[in-house]
Ligand binder design. Structure first.
Ligand code: NDP
Length: 333
């Protein structure tokens, strides 16, 4: 069975040489354990943070050890009364073709509710991040104006469409004309801005949302945060979800030079980690399943085939090589 290991801690932008695909023996499952054949694995921007050797809300990856991350697989042997052979399960044992886990470490997914890989995207952690971040942290109210960065991505696309479902005016940014077209025509947002070609982003946002922004959903950082602060309305909220433009920086980036707007406009800017909001999970699953059934939520996926391609998939996150949720197909359905 193949697995992907971290070979070296990346400096700056990760390189393929920082990863190693290796063969490994998988033992038989012991008492209370299951053997999983992975079908889909997720690559996510937060994994970059775990490649630094530093303390954080998740422990760092270890050199020479297989990486970890969200995965969907099928149980092929079970000594656990929690899951049976044939069940589709979600685990944190991605980056490998087969995995042995304790029965209680995996969660069954309903393969009839949505394509199973949606549990790594819209119906999974990224969708839940959008839901908790926009509704709880951003305290979204119906009809407000929302600005979303990395808007066509796994999290951003869900943020955009929940906001539309709540009758909001939505402006989003993305790094290509194709992504912008999809945002306006398929996701149904009011104005998509290609941040690579728009010139001055602050002006472009002002033009798109002349009345100003009530909620900014931050995925990118840097110029995007500058543009958001400039265009916030008084008493706006900034849900600080991520700053992907800075994850590979080797020197500290100059901060936004207009944070003073926080004061004059009485803004609230709050960071959040999705795992602190899992009490919302039942509400999220209920609402999101309903919205998907009603055709209210659309999403894109970019799929790399084979576990050998997992490092490429990860690297693509930082160049916009993915359109929507970035997935790796590890094995047949
Ligand atoms: P996406 O599917 O959005 O993929 C990343 C996208 O970010 C790329 O496709 C690219 O799109 C854009 N991007 C990459 N580099 C840059 C850059 N330098 N400047 C501007 N845009 C860039 O990933 P996710 O939806 O999984 O994650 C989105 C954000 O949410 C990340 O910041 C992530 O860390 C954060 N996150 C936070 C969580 C939390 O609990 N707080 C949980 C999950 C995710 P484009 O072509 O548009 O540039």
């Amino acid at each position: 069975s193949k697995e992907v290991r971290l070979k070296a801690r990346p400096e700056g932008m990760p390189k393929l040489e920082d990863f190693e695909v290796a063969e490994t023996e998988i033992g038989a499952p012991g008492d209370g354990e299951v053997l999983i054949r992975n079908i889909w694995m997720s690559v996510d921007p937060y994994m970059r943070g775990r490649m630094y050797d530093r303390e954080s809300y998740v422990p760092p990856f270890q050199i020479g050890a297989p990486l970890e991350g969200g995965a969907i697989g099928q149980v092929v042997a079970s000594n656990s009364d929690k899951v049976a052979v044939g069940d589709y399960v979600q685990s944190m044992l991605g980056w490998r073709e087969y995995a042995v886990a304790k029965g209680e470490e995996v969660q069954k997914v309903d393969e009839n509710a949505a394509p199973i890989q949606a549990y790594l995207g819209t119906l999974g952690m990224p969708g839940m991040t959008a839901y908790a971040g926009l509704l709880r942290v951003g305290e979204l109210k119906d009809g407000e104006t929302v600005f979303v960065s990395a808007a066509s991505g796994a999290v951003g696309a869900v943020v955009c469409q929940i906001a539309k479902a709540k009758g909001c005016f939505v402006v989003g940014t993305a790094g290509s004309d194709d992504k912008c077209k999809w945002l306006e025509e398929t996701a149904g947002i009011d104005k998509a801005i290609n941040y690579k070609t728009c010139g001055n982003l602050t002006e472009a946002v002002r033009e798109a949302a002349p009345k100003g922004i009530d909620v900014y959903f931050e995925n990118v950082g840097g110029e995007h945060l500058v543009a958001a602060l400039e265009n916030m309305r008084p008493f706006g909220r900034l849900a600080m979800c991520g700053m992907i433009s800075q994850y590979n920086d080797t020197t500290p980036t100059p901060g936004p030079n207009n944070l003073i707007y926080m004061v004059g406009k009485s803004l609230k800017m709050q960071g959040f980690i999705v795992s602190n909001h899992f009490d919302l999970l039942p509400d999220f699953i209920r609402d999101m399943s309903q919205w998907i059934k009603e055709g209210k939520i659309k999403w894109e996926e970019t799929v790399e085939d084979g576990i050998e391609r997992a490092p490429n998939a990860f690297l693509n996150l930082f160049t916009g090589g993915n359109f929507g949720k970035m997935l790796v197909k590890v094995g047949p359905d």
